[in-house]
Design a protein around this ligand. Structure first.
Ligand code: SF4
Length: 394
């Protein structure tokens, strides 16, 4: 039986801040995120509430704790579709965050932008505001696929957004692609990917379709209106994407993420490298070192509670050293570089190598992971079947 980790790591690194904007123009068929149809009145109320939540953090016990790290090196506006909002709003939100946390010189500020929302003027405002990185939700460059997905944009909207973003000076752009949607073929996926690669973004994220409870897609599968792609086809797609992107000068650094040298997402790496991050806004999640928390999911409840200047946190799970260690292992294994078990063991004060050997012994012959010089990494097949490895570590 393995020994419990003896301690929490001291983590004084700068933290990340995630801000959720839960509004979209329309709802995509596969969507499982917390998002509401865009509505100007509701959005204004939401921004007021969000601002109050951020300001309230300044006097929260968490930040008053003298050992809690105060510096911030990433702010990420995700959704939903943040780009349904007036672009001036983001400057105000960044200002509010900067009043309670100290921005480092290298602050990365990312905003998710969907095609068909912002034009050149709005993008120029964002650039002027100090937003350093855009994450563009292309998903496909095939209009028939976009239609089936229920996306509200065309491939032309995407290329226009991309070129407008470059023309106003954005030098760090990530593009999202969705793989495995019913009707998609390996050929059509490769064509979309090729179109994205030719634009030369700094970063590409490729997500394999997940069937989210409550989505239209889930109902369509249940009622037999649509059939999911075969697992072997999905595996072929994943392998083809990984090779094609890497041949084009990107390095794969995480299961779904590829970047040009030095252009990994500072923000997302917080999640995978056991760092502290705060989640603000409806349904946002945070990790404070000793606890994980999630915010209220119901919009009206969120608006009401923040109006009364009460905490938006809905559930909080205090973590012992073992659960934090397991989280760190699972998240760390998402990285292509894997986890250095010796460092991890030193960090947490126990034998990480024995822990892993014991938990993963049943998978030893399946070729899902390898351990070399006490560094454990998922193999390409293991990245595809990562959930099997992760469930053994729980
Ligand atoms: S844009 Fe994203 S968050 Fe909005 S409906 Fe589509 S999948 Fe959901």
């Amino acid at each position: 039986m393995f020994k419990q980790p003896a301690k929490f790591p001291d983590d004084l690194d700068p933290i990340g801040v995630y801000v959720h904007i839960p509004f979209c123009k329309t709802r995509c068929n596969y969507c499982g995120f917390v998002s509401y149809e865009s509505d100007a009145v509701l959005e204004n109320r939401y921004i007021d509430s969000l601002t109050r939540e951020i300001q309230g953090l300044g006097s929260s016990r968490l930040l008053l704790n003298s050992s809690f790290p105060r510096r911030v090196d990433s702010i990420y506006f995700g959704g939903g579709t943040p780009s349904v909002l007036d672009p001036d709003i983001f400057a105000k939100l960044v200002c509010s965050v900067s009043e309670i946390l100290i921005p480092t010189n290298q602050l990365e500020i990312t905003i998710e932008v969907n095609p068909g929302t912002y034009g050149k003027n709005e993008l120029a405002v964002l650039r002027h505001t100090g937003i350093t990185r855009l994450s563009i939700g292309a998903q496909s460059l095939n209009d028939s696929e976009l239609h089936k997905m229920g996306r509200s944009h065309s491939s032309l909207d995407f290329t226009k957004l991309y070129s407008d973003s470059r023309s106003v000076g954005f030098e760090n752009i990530s593009v999202d692609l969705l793989a495995g949607y019913p009707g998609q073929t390996l050929e059509s996926l490769e064509k979309s990917l090729q179109g994205i690669i030719e634009l030369e973004p700094e970063h590409i994220s490729v997500y394999l379709l997940e069937i989210k409870t409550g989505s239209k897609l889930e109902r369509d599968f249940r009622n037999g209106r649509l059939t999911p792609l075969d697992d072997d086809v999905l595996a072929d797609m994943y392998e083809a994407i990984c090779s094609r992107i890497q041949e084009s000068g990107f390095q794969q650094y995480e299961i779904s993420n590829f970047s040009k040298k030095g252009r990994e997402s500072v923000h997302n790496k917080k999640y995978w490298t056991d760092k502290i991050f705060l989640g603000l806004g409806l349904a946002a999640h945070g990790m404070t070192g000793r606890a994980r928390y999630s915010n209220i999911v119901d919009l009206e409840k969120y608006l009401e509670i923040t109006n009364h200047e009460r905490s938006a946190i809905d559930s909080l799970m205090v973590m012992d050293a073992l659960s934090r260690f397991k989280d760190a292992m699972i998240m760390g294994l998402r990285l292509v570089d894997g986890v250095d078990l010796e460092l991890m063991g030193r960090y947490y004060g126990f034998d990480a190598y024995s822990f892993v050997k014991e938990c993963l012994q049943d998978l030893e012959s399946a070729g899902l992971y390898e351990i070399e010089k006490k560094v454990i990494k998922l193999t390409p097949r293991g990245r595809l079947l990562s959930n099997i490895v992760f469930s053994n570590l729980l």
